[in-house]
Design a protein around this ligand. Structure first.
Ligand code: 2AM
Ligand code: CA
Length: 268
């Protein structure tokens, strides 16, 4: 049985504590107070309460770490610290607010610009995906490996499509979809970038691409995919996927073909 490393234990305990409140709120979702961050970008009291718990628990365990968090709160900005947590307290908010049990807490640890640990926890399925640099990726105690499918025609590919008010333009996404959809077994849009990446690491999806994401959506997932033996590339060559928020993740077997198809997609 694998021993969870200390940093992962810190993330797991914080996530489990935050999850208790989220699960309760999910059971009473119709009573939640919801406000809009943008035209279709919702934030609820559930997100904010979960973020508060995560900040408290993670700071208790590692007082020197800074924070880069999805939701704006009143805490001082510590996002420039060399060691920091990158946190999405609730990835898949739209699913959550519609009673769909597909959402997760995502926490990554970064040291001097390098991702060193990541954890994605779906409290409803009770699946805890985690990875530490050099140690591998796991779901609970089970080692994760990306899939071995090498034939594009057999591949199940995940993506995130634009929504009302989102920063991603529609036309390039349609061009990308046209470049992929006719050649693969299926394309899925499940609504949580963190879980999409965790599922690539677990070999459930063979690949995933999306644009316009924040670092909190993808930091933990990027490490999971890499530690599960997969590849992560920027949608536009030479960019940093974490900083640009536009990425392609997949198993090794279809990676080159997948990247070439997406980068070659032309609008019009
Ligand atoms: P969020 O739930 O933390 O906001 C999927 O495309 C990604 O986009 C998700 O990780 C989700 O993160 C974000 N997103 C924000 N608003 C969305 C919306 N209205 N529909 C789908 N995804 C949304
Ligand atoms: Ca998110």
């Amino acid at each position: 049985m694998v021993m969870r490393p200390p940093l992962v234990n810190v993330m797991a305990r914080a996530a489990e504590k935050a999850a208790r409140g989220l699960k309760k709120d999910f059971g009473e979702v119709e009573h939640l107070q919801i406000s809009r961050k943008g035209p279709a970008d919702f934030v609820s009291t559930a997100d904010l309460q979960a973020q508060k718990i995560l900040r408290e628990e993670l700071s208790k365990a590692r007082p020197d770490f800074g924070f880069l968090m999805e939701e704006k709160d009143n805490a001082p900005d510590t996002s420039g610290k060399g060691e920091r947590w990158i946190v999405d307290p609730l990835d898949g908010t739209t699913n959550f607010l519609h009673g769909l049990p597909h959402w997760a807490i995502s926490i990554a640890a970064e040291r001097e610009g390098e991702l060193i640990a990541g954890l994605i926890y779906n409290p409803i399925s009770d699946e805890m995906f985690w990875a530490e640099k050099g140690i591998g990726a796991y779901c609970s105690n089970q080692r994760l490996r990306v899939s071995a499918r090498g034939d594009f025609a057999d591949c199940l590919i995940a993506t995130g499509m634009p929504f009302k008010g989102s920063s991603k333009p529609v036309a390039p996404f349609i061009a990308e979809l046209q470049a992929i959809m006719p050649h693969v077994a299926g394309v899925r849009r499940a609504g949580s970038a963190a879980l999409d990446l965790a599922y690539v690491a677990a070999g459930r999806y063979d690949g995933y691409w999306e644009s316009g994401l924040g670092p909190w959506d993808i930091a933990a997932g990027i490490l999971l995919v890499k530690e599960a033996g997969g590849f992560v590339a920027p949608l536009i060559a030479k960019q940093d996927p974490l900083k640009s928020g536009c990425l392609i993740a997949s198993n090794t077997a279809v990676h080159d073909k997948f990247v070439a198809a997406l980068r070659g997609a032309k609008v019009g």
